[in-house]
Ligand binder design. Structure first.
Ligand code: PLP
Ligand code: ZN
Length: 388
C-alpha cells in the first residue's frame, strides 16, 4: 500500500513502480520494492495484527498492491509454525519448528509470490503472464492467473513431477514441456515474450514475487511473539524466499519491531545442484552455473540464480552457511519427519531436516537454539520420489 519506488539491488538505480518492470534497465540485476515505512507503521502495528485476516495480506501496508480490489487471493499465507517436539527430542533440541508451507493454495509456498505478482499484474492491466518453472511456481501461477482471468504461459522441464504438470493443465494454463532444465525454459520465455506480448514473471526478474515471499519473515516473527529464531534452514532454488525474509527483517527493524540480531540463515541445496553451496564455500560473490544439474527435489534444480549475490550476502552477514544434501538423505529424512511428526514433506523439506543433522554433527546448533526448518511443499506432489 505504501510502495514508493523500485531500486536495483546492485547499482541502486531507481525505477518507476507505476509501470510494469522486470530487471534493472542499467545493469540487469533484480529490483526491490521500497516503501514509506513511516507511513506503513502508523496503521500496521503489532496490536492491529491481532484481529486481521489469517492470510499474508494481513501485512498489506508493506505489500505493493495499491487498491484492495486488485488483490487476487486464494487464502495464502499464515501457515502454521508447527512445534516438532518429538523430532527435536531426538537431538536434544527443545525448540524445533516446522514452517509448513504445504498448507498454502496449490500446496507450496510459491503461492505467496504469485498472489503478489498476479495482483500487481492486475493493477497494471496485464493479461498474459509467462514463466519458466521447476514445477510449483507454474502450478501457483496457473491458479492465480485463472482466478484473475489472465493467460498463463508456462515452461517446465519434461521430467517435472507429474502433479505439477497436471495441475497447470487443469487450471487452464498453456503448458510447454522442454527437454532441458529451468534455465532452458527461461531462455525460451525470453526468446518469445516480446512477439507474444507476455509479461515475464520469472523468479527475481519481476519485483513482486519476492514481496509475497518476504511475508515468511513477518509471519515467523509474529508467530514467535516478535522474536526471530536463532537458525533458519531454507531449501534454496532461485532464492526468493531467502532474500525475501532477509528484506522483511530489515523492514521490521526499521519499523522498530525487532532489533539488529538476525537468525543464522542456511541455504540447503542438493548435491547434484549446489551452485550457492559452492560459491559460499569458495568465498565467491556470484555463483557459477552448476553444470549437469540433477536432483529429484525439483524445486532445488536451479543451476543458476539471478539473485545469487543477494543470497550469498545474506548467508554471510547472518553468520549462517550453505549445505548440500544427497537425494537419498532427503528421502530417508522425509520418512523420519513423517513418521515422527506426521508431516509428509516434499523432498526439499526432508533436505532441511537432513541439513539440520549436518549442523548438529558439526556442533553448529546448540540445544536451546530456536530452529526453524521449512517444508516448502507436500510429498503428495512428489509421489514419483517415494516409489509412486
Ligand atoms: C521453488 C521451491 C524451492 C526454492 O525456493 P526459492 O525461494 O525459489 O529458493 C524450494 N522448495 C520447493 C518445494 C519449491 O517449489
Ligand atoms: Zn542496476
Amino acid at each position: 500500500m505504501h510502495l514508493t519506488h523500485l531500486a536495483c539491488t546492485a547499482c541502486n538505480k531507481e525505477h518507476d513502480a507505476a509501470v510494469p518492470q522486470n530487471v534493472c534497465t542499467a545493469c540487469g540485476k533484480p529490483l526491490f520494492a521500497h516503501y514509506d515505512l513511516v507511513a506503513a507503521a502508523k496503521t500496521l502495528t503489532k496490536e492491529s495484527l491481532r484481529t486481521r485476516e489469517k492470510s499474508l495480506w494481513r501485512y498489506r501496508e508493506v505489500l505493493p498492491v495499491k487498491n484492495p480490489t486488485d488483490i487476487v487471493t486464494l487464502g495464502e499465507g499464515w501457515t502454521p509454525l508447527l512445534p516438532a517436539p518429538r523430532l527435536g527430542a531426538k537431538h536434544g533440541l527443545s525448540r524445533l519448528f516446522i514452517k509448513d508451507e504445504a498448507q498454502n493454495p496449490t500446496a507450496s509456498f510459491k503461492a505467496r509470490g504469485m498472489t503478489a505478482a498476479v495482483s500487481m499484474a492486475k493493477q497494471y492491466g496485464l493479461k498474459k503472464l509467462a514463466a519458466p518453472s521447476a514445477g510449483n511456481a507454474a502450478g501457483a501461477l496457473a491458479a492465480y492467473a485463472a482466478r484473475a482471468g489472465m493467460e498463463a504461459h508456462l515452461f517446465m522441464p519434461r521430467d517435472t513431477p507429474k502433479a505439477n504438470i497436471i495441475e497447470c493443465e487443469q487450471m487452464g494454463a498453456h503448458v510447454t514441456l522442454i527437454n532441458g532444465l529451468i534455465t532452458d525454459c527461461g531462455a525460451e520465455v525470453a526468446k518469445r515474450k516480446v512477439a507474444e506480448g507476455w509479461f515475464d514473471v520469472s523468479t527475481l526478474k519481476e519485483p513482486y514475487r519476492a514481496e509475497g515471499k518476504k511475508t515468511l519473515g513477518y509471519e515467523l516473527a509474529e508467530q514467535l511473539n516478535w522474536t526471530l529464531p536463532d537458525v533458519i534452514l531454507y531449501p534454496t532454488g532461485g532464492g526468493t524466499g531467502l532474500v525475501g525474509m532477509w528484506k522483511a527483517f530489515d523492514e521490521m527493524e526499521r519499523m522498530g519491531w525487532i532489533d539488529a540480531k538476525r537468525p543464522r540463515m542456511y541455504s540447503v541445496q542438493a548435491e547434484g545442484c549446489q551452485p550457492i553451496v559452492r560459491a559460499f564455500t569458495q568465498g565467491d560473490k556470484f555463483a557459477a552455473e552448476h553444470l549437469g544439474a540433477h536432483t529429484r527435489a525439483s524445486g532445488l534444480r536451479v543451476p543458476k540464480a539471478i539473485g545469487d549475490f543477494i543470497m550469498l550476502n545474506a548467508l554471510r552477514q547472518s553468520g549462517g552457511g550453505a549445505i548440500a544434501i544427497s537425494d537419498e538423505q532427503m528421502i530417508t529424512c522425509t520418512k523420519e519427519v513423517g513418521s515422527t511428526e506426521g508431516v509428509f514433506t516434499a523432498p526439499e523439506g526432508g533436505a532441511c531436516y537432513a541439513a539440520l543433522k549436518t549442523l548438529l554433527a558439526a556442533n553448529q546448533v546448540k540445544p536451546d537454539d530456536t530452529v526453524v526448518i521449512f517444508n516448502t511443499s507436500t510429498g503428495l506432489k512428489y509421489l514419483e520420489c517415494y516409489g509412486g
